[in-house]
Design a protein around this ligand. Structure first.
Ligand SMILES: [Zn+2]
Length: 203
C-alpha cells in the first residue's frame, strides 16, 4: 500500500512562466509505504507540526507508528520533519550518506544517525539509482496492483519536468538528470515525483 501524505511544492516552476522564487512555504512530496511488517515514510516533509497533522489526517497515524524513514537525498526540504521520528530507523543510500557528510559537515549530528538503506529496506522495496539532481540520489521502486511504482525524490521534480525530461535549475548534472528521467519512464507505471502528486506513466 502506498499513500501520499504531503504533495510537495516548488519555489519556482519555469514551465509556469516563473523566472524567480515565487513561493517560500515549499515542501517535498512525502509518501507512506505500508508493507505489513514495516511502515516506511519516504522524504519526511513538510515541517514537523504540519507533517504530524497530515500523517494523522491522511493515514490516521501518529509519528510513533512509523518504523523507518527513508530520505532520497540530503537536501533540507526532504527532511524538514525528520525529528518527529526520533524513535524510527533513518535510512539513506550509503553513497548518499557519504555525499551528505562531505558536502554539509555541519549536519553530521543528523547524517551520523542514518543507516545504509542497502541492507535495511523491507522486502519488496528496492533502491533505484536516480543521479543528476545530486550525484547519489536514490529513488525507491516497488510493485503495486497497478504496476511498478517509483518514488523519485528530485529525480523527477514534477509533471512538467518529467514531460520535458529536464532536471531542476539546481541540478548537479543536467545530462545525467535527463538520462535518469528516461530510465524512470522505462521502468515505472506510477511515478511519485519530489514535488508533485502521483503521475501515471503510459509505457
Ligand atoms: Zn533536492
Amino acid at each position: 500500500m502506498f499513500r501520499i501524505i504531503n504533495i510537495g511544492t516548488l519555489s519556482q516552476n519555469k514551465f509556469w512562466g516563473e523566472k524567480a522564487r515565487m513561493r517560500e512555504d515549499i515542501s517535498a512530496t512525502c509518501t507512506l509505504l505500508d508493507v505489513g511488517e514495516c511502515r516506511l515514510l519516504v522524504d519526511p516533509s513538510p515541517r514537523r507540526e504540519l507533517l504530524e497533522r497530515l500523517l494523522f489526517n491522511r493515514a490516521g497515524l501518529r509519528p510513533d507508528a512509523i518504523d523507518a524513514v527513508y530520505v532520497t537525498h540530503w537536501h533540507g526540504d526532504h527532511l524538514f520533519g525528520l525529528r518527529l521520528f526520533e524513535h524510527a530507523t533513518w535510512l539513506m543510500a550509503e553513497a548518499g550518506i557519504a555525499e551528505w557528510r562531505e558536502c554539509a559537515p555541519e549536519y553530521r549530528h543528523l547524517s551520523d544517525r542514518f543507516q545504509p538503506a542497502e541492507q535495511a529496506l523491507p522486502e519488496g522495496i528496492e533502491l533505484f539509482a536516480a543521479p543528476g539532481h545530486t550525484l547519489t540520489l536514490a529513488a525507491l521502486k516497488t510493485e503495486t496492483p497497478w504496476g511498478s511504482l517509483i518514488i523519485t525524490g528530485d529525480g523527477v521534480m514534477n509533471r512538467e519536468y518529467f514531460a520535458a525530461e529536464e532536471g531542476y535549475h539546481n541540478s548537479i548534472d543536467f545530462e545525467l538528470a535527463a538520462a535518469t528521467i528516461r530510465s524512470i519512464k522505462a521502468a515505472a507505471d506510477l511515478v511519485i515525483p519530489g514535488h508533485d502528486n502521483v503521475l501515471l506513466n503510459a509505457r
